[in-house]
Design a protein around this ligand. Structure first.
Ligand code: ADP
Length: 633
């Protein structure tokens, strides 16, 4: 039963391995690249929306604190103009006597205390300080010439003098508000209020706010971080720097630029600034980014800037990016695992289906083969029946043939039998006649002797007819025979002929039991010895050898004669039925055929040899009943 090998054949390696190899080579880098890409997108979106949210929040803070700054500044706006109403001030400016000065000094001291400003002072039109609230202090402005101050120059021209600067006397920063004092439409002096705005810085610090106010020159004048103070937020040309230095507005401070590492404008007034690590403003090891929101302060040329650090947002955005990358990796892993599992299941299903298909095919074939086998079995049974019938017919035919052979042999032998029987009959006739005469003469002893001889002759005749009867009887394939007895019977049957030719017999065989019917063995021996006798008829010294030996569980009997032998042509047809070289009625050509067939029927064999010394040897092999050697016979 053959199975189709295609059903179990695995997929071609070239088809199965290459895509897998490609997948293994390209999938990991692709996944890593996508992880990085998606992580970056996650980071970017998180940062973008974070900045937007911070911006909205910062806008509110910006508005709140800018208003606070504006209100703080506007609080003092009208204070210098109030001095215009004060008569003591105009008196002093008109008549600068020590009394008038002292009066104004006291007035200004009281006013300064109440308004919580830093200092209030009055200058004449030349810029000299005529009276001041801090007249008691060692570093009082009294008598000082401040005509170089821009606020004075503006105020003396009738313009409002707004000015942030560092005091030239004590180096103290402050916001100066100046107002030209008019009398009858003419400026007679200038009133100045110096305000300290550091309270706002402290407020920002307390609120942990990073903010600063930059003036019209772009110089930071107020800052929650002292390190940023008096730094320029815009690039300053050398010319501007020199001009500012000459005005002593910022005393002798170098006015370094607060230059960021990177500046990105997000919208109007909103920038992203990155300051370098370990700079004088940033003590951290890494660059710091800020969201910078700027708004101009009303009534001043100043700007208020709120800085919102972006490190936390950046850190959060990085975390979000990492989370997105991990989530993607997880999804990719789950997808790959699911895909692999799907493929395994698909392969298993395909294999199961293939197996099922193969099984079905196998079963179909088994059914077909079983049907074929049953049919051929039936045919075989029929053939066996036919063979048995043929064998039966053959056996019957063989039996018939044997019987016919026997009868033919009897017919052949009838002449010699008749001769055998005629001799004793003639002797009997003579003896019986003589005996009658001897009885009549009273010679009883001679008559008695004759009668004994008659008895012996009758026995001999009985033996001849008995052996003929047993020869003619049907035998069977089974049974066992005694070789010695069979040889005796055959010789006895052929006794007359043996005596006629004065045969010299050499008998060298053992009395073994062989597996053949006794009668059949005798029949074979009669045939073989008879043929030998025929062949030796012309032989002056006929000799017959009966030699036996045990060989391989069988007994091998050689019947050798020194007759005329068999010529080459006759050898070819020796065992063919009805082949005979004997003339007329003498030969039927059945003896050897029958003998060979009888030997074969019991598992034995009949063969022929041609000795180089002449004559013929027939070799009869018959299975032994018991392989043990018997007594010599
Ligand atoms: P038949 O004796 O009737 O001829 P057989 O079958 O017994 O038939 O023998 C066939 C022939 O084999 C004989 O005619 C004879 O030529 C030959 N043959 C048999 N035995 C011998 C023998 N011992 N020597 C010579 N020829 C033999």
């Amino acid at each position: 039963m053959k199975c189709d090998p295609n059903l179990y054949r695995a997929a071609s390696p070239s088809l199965a391995v290459k895509p897998r190899l490609i997948r293994h080579l390209f999938l990991p880098p692709l996944i890593i690249a996508m992880m990085i890409g998606l992580g970056y997108i996650g980071f970017w979106i998180s940062e973008h929306y974070g900045i937007r949210s911070l911006g909205e929040n910062g806008q509110r803070q910006l508005e709140l604190h800018a208003r606070a700054v504006e209100s703080e500044i506007s609080k003092y706006t009208y204070l210098p103009s109030l001095l215009e109403l004060e008569t003591s001030v105009s008196q002093l400016l008109a008549d600068p006597t020590p009394e008038h000065r002292q009066t104004v000094n006291d007035y200004l001291e009281g006013l300064n205390r109440r308004s919580r400003s830093r200092a209030i002072y009055v200058m004449d039109t030349t810029g000299r300080v005529m009276a001041t609230s801090n007249w008691r202090d060692v570093d009082s402005y009294l008598g000082e010439d401040l005509s170089f101050r821009a606020y004075f120059q503006n105020a003396v021209r009738g313009q409002p003098g707004r000015f942030y600067g560092i005091g030239s006397t004590n180096g103290e920063p402050g916001y100066y508000l100046a107002h030209g004092l008019e009398e009858h439409g003419k400026i007679i002096g200038v009133a100045v209020v110096k305000v300290r705005l550091e309270a706002m810085e402290e407020r920002w610090q307390r609120a942990r706010l990073e903010a600063f106010v930059s003036d019209e020159n772009g110089i930071i004048i107020l800052s929650s971080d002292p390190a940023r103070r008096l730094k320029s937020v815009v690039p300053l040309s050398e010319e501007t720097k020199e001009k500012l230095a000459r005005s002593l507005q910022y005393y002798w401070f170098p006015l370094n630029e607060l230059q960021p590492l990177a500046r990105e404008t997000l919208s109007e007034g909103v920038e992203k600034l990155t300051f370098p690590a370990n700079s004088e403003l940033v003590s951290d090891d890494e660059n710091i980014s800020y969201l910078s929101q700027t708004r101009p302060l009303s009534d001043t040329p100043w700007n208020f800037t709120l800085l919102t650090p972006l490190q936390d947002l950046r850190r959060e955005a990085i975390n979000q990016g990492i989370l997105v990358a991990i989530a993607f990796a997880l999804c990719a892993f789950l997808l790959i695992a699911w895909n692999e599992r799907r493929k395994v299941i698909a392969t298993r299903l395909a294999a199961r289906e293939a197996l099922q298909e193969a099984n079905n095919q196998l079963e179909r074939r088994i059914t077909e083969r079983t049907t074929d086998l049953r049919a051929s079995n039936e045919r075989l049974k029929g053939q066996i029946r036919e063979r048995r019938q043929a064998e039966e017919t053959l056996r019957r035919a063989q039996d018939e043939l044997v019987q016919a052979g026997k009868l033919a042999a009897i017919g052949q032998m009838s002449t010699s039998i008749a001769h055998e029987l005629n001799q004793p009959l003639a002797a009997l006739r003579t003896l019986s006649g003589n005996t009658v005469r001897f009885l009549e003469r009273g010679q009883l002893d001679v008559a008695s002797t004759n009668l004994k001889t008659i008895n012996e002759l009758i026995d001999r005749m009985g033996r001849i007819t008995a052996s003929l009867r047993s020869f003619a009887r049907r035998g069977d394939d089974k049974g066992q025979a005694c070789l010695g007895k069979a040889v005796d019977a055959a010789l006895q049957l052929l006794g007359g002929r043996v005596e006629n030719i004065q045969l010299q017999l050499h008998r060298d065989c053992t009395d073994v039991q062989v597996k053949i019917d006794q009668t059949r063995l005798e029949q074979i021996l009669v045939n073989l010895i008879g043929n030998a006798l025929d062949a030796m008829q012309a032989q002056p010294q006929p000799e017959l050898w009966l030699e036996g030996e045990e060989f391989d569980g069988k007994y091998r009997l050689r019947v050798r004669d020194n007759g005329h032998g068999i010529d080459a042509e006759a050898r070819k047809h020796l065992f063919e039925p009805f082949f005979t070289t004997k003339p007329g009625e003498q030969g039927l050509g059945l003896g050897l055929t029958l003998s060979a067939s009888l030997a074969a029927a019991t598992g034995g064999h009949l063969g022929v040899e041609y000795p180089s010394s002449g004559g013929t040897t027939f070799v009869l092999s018959l299975p032994l009943v018991s392989p043990t050697p018997a007594e010599p016979i």
